[in-house]
Write a protein that binds this ligand. Structure first.
Ligand code: DX5
Ligand code: ZN
Length: 223
């Protein structure tokens, strides 16, 4: 599956941009939510999700929460029409030692599912894989970041592929593996071979003129 991230879309024409991406073959739309605290950027909140849902009642909306307190936002995003919520294992560490971040993450996944959405656990490039592994079996999806989150248009970090290979070997057929950051038609074959079945791309899709986007989405998806 391919999920263009609307972070690189034209925010003045968001409805049109999203509709066009779906018509160009996107399987889902990826909403990058940043709070200026967990990452050094501010992007969008539940209202953006609500307007996209009104414009596209059937689109799969994949919300990626890069926020320090995701528990404050999953209900508003659900009310705004989100289908899926991913949150970061790093955001579950409420003290420097991490505390019971695994327990907290597993409980939060249950809370997200209780509202009828699917739940994903995300991990940043510098974070050791071991921190997320005990959570993966409880989630519908694992999201491996292949850039340090905050901005679109950064270069893919190749070491991320080892993480997806390990996670892929643990997944059940009903679980998905998403890669996010620096994904392009050039590196997509490697990413798919490393076990990912959901590729996110912001600049590679929305950075291109509209008439090229269907081609890019098809290349990301592969044969
Ligand atoms: C990280 C976000 C990504 C990112 C992707 O900051 O979670 O979704 O914007 O942007 P590209 O595809 O341009 O690297
Ligand atoms: Zn993202």
């Amino acid at each position: 599956m391919v999920a263009p991230s609307i972070l690189s879309a034209d925010f003045c024409r968001m409805g049109e941009e999203c509709r066009h991406a779906i018509e160009a073959g996107a399987d889902a739309l990826h909403l990058d939510v940043m709070d200026g605290h967990f990452v050094p950027n501010l992007t969008m909140g539940p209202d953006m999700c609500r307007w996209i849902r009104r414009e596209l009642p059937d689109a799969l909306l994949d919300v990626h929460l890069m926020v320090s307190y995701p528990e404050q936002y999953f209900q508003p995003f659900c009310d705004a029409g989100a289908d899926h919520i991913s949150f970061h294992i790093e955001a579950m560490a409420r003290d420097p030692g991490g505390g019971d971040e695994v327990g907290r993450a597993i409980e939060f996944i249950a809370d997200i599912r209780e509202l009828g959405m699917t739940a994903g656990i995300a991990i940043n490039p510098p974070t050791p894989l071991q921190r997320v592994l005990p959570v993966v079996e409880h989630a519908d999806m694992a999201l491996v970041m292949s850039v340090n989150p905050g901005f679109s248009g950064q270069s893919f970090i190749p070491e991320s592929l080892a993480k997806t290979e390990t996670i892929a070997s643990m997944l059940r057929p009903d679980q998905r593996l998403e890669m996010d950051g620096g994904v392009t038609p050039a590196n997509a074959p490697l990413i798919r071979r490393a076990g990912c079945d959901l590729l996110v791309a912001a600049s590679a899709v929305f950075g291109k003129p509209r008439d090229q986007r269907a081609g890019v989405i098809a290349e990301l998806r592969g044969g």
